[in-house]
Write a protein that binds this ligand. Structure first.
Ligand SMILES: C[S@@+](CC[C@H](N)C(=O)[O-])C[C@H]1O[C@@H](n2cnc3c(N)ncnc32)[C@H](O)[C@@H]1O
Length: 355
């Protein structure tokens, strides 16, 4: 029955037919992700990457030592989704090869996003989503805490080093792509800086790329002690353990990438005040790399920002992706006087904030 208001149809027949197809995206939305995760865990993108010619089903089966007919069905599905593709080997034989998408799913490689797929689809990250509606309806316990025996995200990570490694690896692959876009698209941001402290810098991936691109910069990678203790050494980068709510090492500029979105406004203001104390009042700045939601001009990564906002809702204690107005508020409250925004080729923007 078509929906009618005062005898008038409010949706066309065509819209209703489209909805009947679209609904399956939500009913079975997890299936492509699960199949991609399976392919990464089996190492299929890496095997195809390292094979010079397209690989037949028999070759791939033998390399993996798996069941041929199950593998065939996984590959048929992923080819439909253009994750992999088929190429003719001879008149009668076809083989599987990579696509630009599956090349992002190899475990190695500077643009790899495989660890991010594994992180965001791991059981400990999926569990809080099931607690979201209860939280919206007034449950006082945050979704992450409800799913993890009362521990918040950082407490849980500290207590579970294996999950910590999964988290740091996932963050690192996103950081590689983001910082490459910063360095490529906005190198002027680093002009004149001799020292940069990356607050919440994780395993130092971003800072490694920054000092590699601008070798005169001395980098301080600042994160919680258990995080920096696992960070690899790199020339030009010093790892310092500490708590950004207590203090921040002094430098010409603070770099803050995907840190503030984890926190509510009051906590962001506290962190930013510590950052302001760490930089010179007259020449210093804080370089924030985060997404900005509800931007006026349409952004090709707009959907990613909105999805990350949902992620922050499920995983953090009142963290969120912010509009420019919401960003301006926390900067002002932390005592900063002005900021500028630059867009780069990822879902992030660069916001330079000045005392
Ligand atoms: C979302 S991750 C971002 C990591 C990195 N900046 C990136 O873009 O990949 C947030 C980081 O903040 C760090 N962090 C959380 N609480 C902190 C604290 N109190 N002091 C210092 N770092 C903290 C976490 O360990 C984590 O590495």
């Amino acid at each position: 029955m078509a929906l009618e208001i005062k005898g008038e149809r409010i949706y066309s027949k065509e819209e209703e037919e489209t909805a009947k197809k679209e609904i399956w995206k939500y009913i079975l939305g997890f299936v492509p992700i699960a199949a991609v995760k399976c392919a990464i865990e089996l190492g299929i993108p890496d095997i195809l990457e390292n094979h010079e010619t397209p690989m037949t089903l028999a070759e791939l089966t033998s390399k993996l030592g798996c069941n041929e007919s199950l593998l065939y069905r996984i590959m048929r599905f992923l080819i439909h989704y253009k994750i992999f593709q088929e190429k003719p080997i001879s008149e009668t034989l076809v083989g599987y090869t990579q696509t630009p998408l599956s090349r992002l799913l190899t475990r190695q490689g500077e643009n790899s996003m495989a660890d991010m797929v594994l992180l965001l689809n791991s059981p400990f990250i999926l569990a809080p989503w099931h607690k979201l509606s209860a939280w919206l309806l007034g449950n006082k316990v945050f979704p992450f805490e409800a799913a993890h025996d009362g521990k918040d995200f950082w407490g849980f990570i500290a207590a579970n080093p294996n999950h910590g490694k999964l988290f740091n690896d996932g963050m690192a692959c996103d950081a590689r792509v983001a910082v490459a876009a910063v360095v490529e698209g906005c190198s002027e941001v680093f002009e004149g800086l001799k020292t940069v402290v990356d607050v919440g810098g994780g395993d130092g991936t971003a800072l490694r790329a920054i000092v590699k691109a601008f070798p005169w910069i001395k980098g301080i990678n600042y994160d919680l002690p258990h995080v920096v203790s696992m960070a690899p050494a790199f020339p030009g980068v010093e790892h310092v353990g500490g708590n950004m709510f207590d203090d921040v090492p002094k430098a010409d500029a603070v770099y803050l990438m995907k840190v503030l979105h984890d926190w509510r406004d009051e906590e962001c203001i506290e962190i930013l005040k510590k950052c302001r104390e760490a930089i010179p009042h007259d020449t210093g700045k804080v370089i924030i790399v985060e997404s900005i939601v509800e931007q006026k001009e349409d952004h090709e990564f707009k959907e990613v920002g909105l999805m990350l906002d949902m992620l922050m809702m499920a995983q953090t204690c009142n963290g969120k992706e912010r509009t420019l107005e919401e960003w301006s508020y926390v900067f002002r409250e932390a005592g900063f006087t002005r900021h500028t925004v630059k867009h780069i080729q990822t879902y992030h923007s660069i916001i330079e904030v000045y005392p």
